[in-house]
Design a protein around this ligand. Structure first.
Ligand SMILES: Nc1ncnc2c1ncn2[C@@H]1O[C@H](COP(=O)(O)OP(=O)(O)OP(=O)(O)O)[C@@H](O)[C@H]1O
Ligand SMILES: [Mg+2]
Length: 356
């Protein structure tokens, strides 16, 4: 298995910077998702790792060997990578088995061994018995499984996937997510998985690299991205988060403090060593607020809009005469309508680090 070291990589196209100083250290066997809005440079980063593009500056190493940068350029076929594209990229004139075994055939793997590995790979992705079909006679999900089987059969030490589920419907996506998780467990391969779907990233990955406009914003485990975003971009991108300005932050413990929000002192979490400050941006999620009991102080908000979400109602609300906007979930047995006033308590908030 291979670790992937991306060090201070820059890339421009036609004088426009697409990747700025991206450094990412992926451990061998780790499942990493690259998450970010359209155009932020995800595919470009994958193409650099794969060897389809070369960096203007910086280096890339796979399994301890530098493959790009400092005057070195290892060709894609010599990088021991499997690649799975959104478009599957199967040969239409070959059978499923032919597609899965193609790389081994080119590499001169003996027929018997090849057939055994093809059968094994098809079995793993739940396509046993479909080896003689052509890709055209398969559903989208089955085609994506063939692409996975092809990858599996070649036994690469790292697999790069570029939005492999983007063409599939919601139900199929969920079952393919499981397929990827299984694939990862079965092979132990390092996974470099691009998506712009944060639920997918959070569900699958050990760590998620959030990118924005060619820069790495934060690289952390899903729970840390959710609980401790590094900056306003990550705070707003993950888990329907939003930020609210508070005043007079003062620490009360190593990773805790209090701030004034709408005239009330509220408890918040912060990074170790965060000092007192006049203004602080607090990152919240809809789950951070709940209706206040009669005994609690609570923030008074006016309901602006409600949206039915099945198990709960999403409520957008604001204090009268104040620009702040809050978003929270109310259970269905707590009916509210636009114009109602509600009192809520803050259960959890995170102070964005100063640099933000
Ligand atoms: N070969 C190229 N020549 C010129 N510009 C390019 C080239 N490849 C990518 N770009 C530009 O670089 C930027 C990043 O593109 P990239 O495909 O890496 O984004 P992405 O994060 O994968 O987006 P998406 O989620 O839409 O796939 C875009 O503005 C794109 O237009
Ligand atoms: Mg892309």
């Amino acid at each position: 298995m291979s670790d992937i070291e991306i060090n201070a990589v820059c890339k421009s196209f036609d004088g426009r910077k697409v990747l700025s100083d991206v450094t990412l250290s992926i451990r061998s066997g780790e499942f990493v998702a690259i998450l970010g809005p359209s155009g932020c440079g995800k595919t470009t980063l994958l193409r650099l790792v794969a060897g389809f593009e070369s960096p203007d500056r910086g280096t890339i190493a796979l399994g301890g060997t530098t493959v790009a940068g400092v005057g070195r350029e290892v060709p894609p076929e010599a990088r021991d990578l499997g690649i799975v594209f959104q478009s599957y990229a199967l040969w239409p004139h070959m059978t499923v088995a032919g597609n899965v075994g193609y790389r081994m055939k080119v590499a001169g793997v003996p027929v018997a061994e090849r057939e055994r590995r093809v059968a094994e790979a098809l079995e793993t992705v739940g396509l046993a018995g479909l080896g003689d079909r052509r890709p055209a006679a398969l559903s989208g999900g089955q085609r994506q499984r063939v692409a996975l089987a092809r990858c599996l059969a070649a036994r690469p030490s790292a697999v790069l996937l570029d939005e492999p589920l983007a063409n599939l419907d919601v139900h199929l996506r969920a079952s393919m997510e499981e397929e990827f998780a299984r694939f990862h467990r079965a092979t132990g391969a390092t996974m470099f998985y691009i998506t712009h779907d944060q639920a997918e990233a959070m569900a699958l990955a050990d760590r998620v690299a959030v990118m924005d406009r060619g820069r790495l914003m934060q690289f952390a485990a899903p729970a840390e991205l959710y609980r401790c975003p590094a900056n306003p971009m990550v705070a707003g991108f993950i888990g329907e988060g939003y930020v609210i300005e508070a005043e007079g932050f003062a620490p009360t413990g190593p990773e805790r403090g209090e701030a004034n929000l709408l005239g009330q002192r509220v408890p918040v979490r912060c990074a170790r060593g965060t000092g007192a400050r006049r203004n602080a941006w607090i990152s919240l999620h809809p789950e951070s607020l709940r209706p206040a009991s009669d005994a609690e102080p609570g923030l008074s908000l006016r309901v602006l809009r409600t949206t039915y979400r099945g198990a709960f109602t999403r409520v957008e609300a604001a204090p009268d005469g104040h620009p702040a906007r809050f978003s929270l979930n109310l259970p269905q047995h707590h009916p509210v309508r636009a114009g109602d006033s509600i009192r809520v308590t803050l259960d959890d908030g995170w102070v964005l680090p100063e640099a933000a």
